[in-house]
Design a protein around this ligand. Structure first.
Ligand SMILES: N[C@@H](CCC(=O)N[C@@H](CS)C(=O)NCC(=O)O)C(=O)O
Length: 235
């Protein structure tokens, strides 16, 4: 739980997967925080002041410490979920990363895969569909098949309760599987017959109250996504 007189603020954006996963982590730890929604792309002066290098959300402000979700090299590991790791190490209850060194390494490995391999194919190529929408869908399904195998036989990636990789993968997959916002564009990215294990995992995720609290309402998700899609198409 948060220690007395701590101040925790999170600058986020409703449909940012990076913001959603940080909220999940704070809620899992039971840390009270103030959430400040950014109006992207019109960035507030506060965001520019707190994250002058990347000018992106999320930004976590813990007392006087400012953290953005940028990359960090730690013992030759490229850590790209700096805020999640910080939260996990600052508040020790309900561990987010596995305690076992191999499982921890694997959780980081797959989280990096999700952010570096799935995220780039999971939005712009679908919006622009330069190689055709079917090719774009096939490319992302190929990547998702690795997660399908990884979650096979487990309740969650974090085994019995949700953990690091559930937060990372779950947040990236929100528009495909949780709000299913892409359905309004005719895309079912994870059909049950191709991805039975991912579908089972998604149902389990949806049963977790904290996860549900961090998922944007479908109509708002679609509305915001449409704005981003329109902007992306016109650039
Ligand atoms: N993990 C990241 C990415 C964060 C990110 O891409 N945030 C998006 C929202 S999902 C953002 O703030 N975009 C605003 C912009 O690019 O100008 C980091 O290193 O900060």
């Amino acid at each position: 739980m948060a220690k007395k007189e701590e101040s925790v603020k999170l600058l986020g954006f409703l449909i940012s997967p990076f913001s959603r996963r940080v909220e999940m982590a704070l809620k899992i730890k039971g840390v009270p925080y103030e959430y400040l929604e950014e109006d992207l792309p019109k960035k507030s002066n506060l965001l520019l002041e707190l994250n002058p290098v990347h000018k992106k959300v999320p930004v976590l402000v813990h007392n006087e410490k400012i953290l953005s979700e940028s990359h960090l090299v730690l013992n030759t590991f490229l850590i790209n979920n700096v805020i999640l790791e910080y939260i996990d190490q600052t508040w020790n209850n309900n561990p987010i990363l596995p305690q076992d060194p191999y499982e921890k390494a694997m959780a980081r490995f797959w989280a990096k895969f999700v952010d570096e391999q799935i995220l780039p194919v999971g939005f712009m190529p679908l919006v622009k569909a330069e190689k055709g929408i079917d090719v774009a869908i096939e490319e992302i399904r190929e990547m998702l098949m690795f997660l399908e195998k990884e979650v096979t036989g487990k309740d969650f990636f974090g085994r019995k309760t949700i953990g690091f990789l559930d937060m990372v993968a779950g947040s990236i997959l929100i528009p495909f599987c949780l709000t299913r916002a892409w359905e309004c564009m005719g895309i079912d990215m994870t059909p049950e017959d191709t991805f039975p294990e991912l579908n089972r995992w998604i149902k389990k995720l949806n049963e977790v109250e904290i996860v549900r609290e961090c998922i944007p309402p479908k109509d708002k998700h679609i509305e915001r996504m449409n704005k981003i899609v329109e902007r992306a198409k016109s650039t």
